[in-house]
Design a protein around this ligand. Sequence first.
Ligand SMILES: [Zn+2]
Length: 419
Amino acid sequence: MVQMSKTVFIIVDGMADLPIKRLNGKTPLEYALKSNLYKFLKHSEFAYPNVLGKLAPQSDAGVMADLGYDPFKYSTGRGWFECLGLDMQPQNGQLSVRVNFGSVSDGKLKDVRVYMSKEEIESLSEEIRKKVKVSAEFDFKAGEGYRAGLVFRSGKKDFSPFVSNNEPGYTAKFFKGGVKLSFATGIKNTKINKIKAVRKEAEYTASILNDFIKKSAMVIKNSKVYRERRKKRLELPNYIFLRDASNRDPNLEDINRKYGKRWAAVVGMPLEKGIAKSAGMSLINVHERNDLKEDFNEKADYVEKALSKFDAVYLHIKQTDSVSHLGKFLDKYAIIEAIDKIIISRLSKIMDLSKDTLVLTCDHATSSELKRHINSNIPVLISNGRFGFHSNFGEAECSKDHTKEIKKAVDIMPFVMKI
Ligand SMILES: [Zn+2]
């Protein structure tokens, strides 16, 4: 029996960037040494699609688009995927929300992200779950670093997604068919906003969310984690920022049936887990590790194992986006080099480069000088024996030479699946 060809689809979070003076006018991707990738570049096609037009995408929209789901058709708000990925089992009619632990000072914004250890964020989330009393039943669960999920199970009235975010960097927009998407609009001032109802039917939801924010801030300030971090002079979380409340399943079509291939996902972050689960992929849970080498080696192991059982594997890599938000462009190109050295090198040994397909792309561009997502097009490398030679992979190369069949990010998957 002839073995079916395999596909590995890698989304490197926020990998694309703008040219940086200190990198000789190159982007981190262009600047990085990618010696293992050359094996894949020998037979490759490039694409340079836009993700959401003029708007700067969040990761949820970027990943959906890359996997072939038009965000303008499917998105019901990121909160659904986040809470699903945290195994909180959101249901239609309930309200799923993404939470950031942040800090305010004298009523002004200090930080939308206060990183905590696993123990700290779990202990703090447990206190919130036990001590916050609002007029609706809820679950609250710790995620990674500064992230958590919140699901309101039942309330006095129906929940509505037509509310704004109090997370100042992301603006919620509403489109026809109940589509809800947030865009990275950047933080313009230090004002702390309340959550507002965009439609009258959402007034109850907005009031519950604002009540929850107020009461959880009091719980945080009296928590064990707060006291202990103050003693250690660490940055103090004292406020929560909510975004992307969703009240229904986006009902993504099953990816296995859509393309007739069995998909597995090697993902560690709740959002990406939630999207993979919604798409019907088999989840291979990996823990995000702090040590880069350990993390990439483990991910490579899982991809290798998954490839022996599945036709296609989606791998998500987070670190590039995290360092971009912190402005660390030197770390960004070093991470891209480590991806090449550990993951791409492994793939070059286990994939049949003449018939298997490798896709290397990102969900959106993140500018490490602006420290936020931007609306730039994304570079896409599609490697398969049928394509011709390219000498380097980066934003400039893709912009100069790319297939016309892929105009938007949502076109990548159908193109790849028909190779
Ligand atoms: Zn992202």
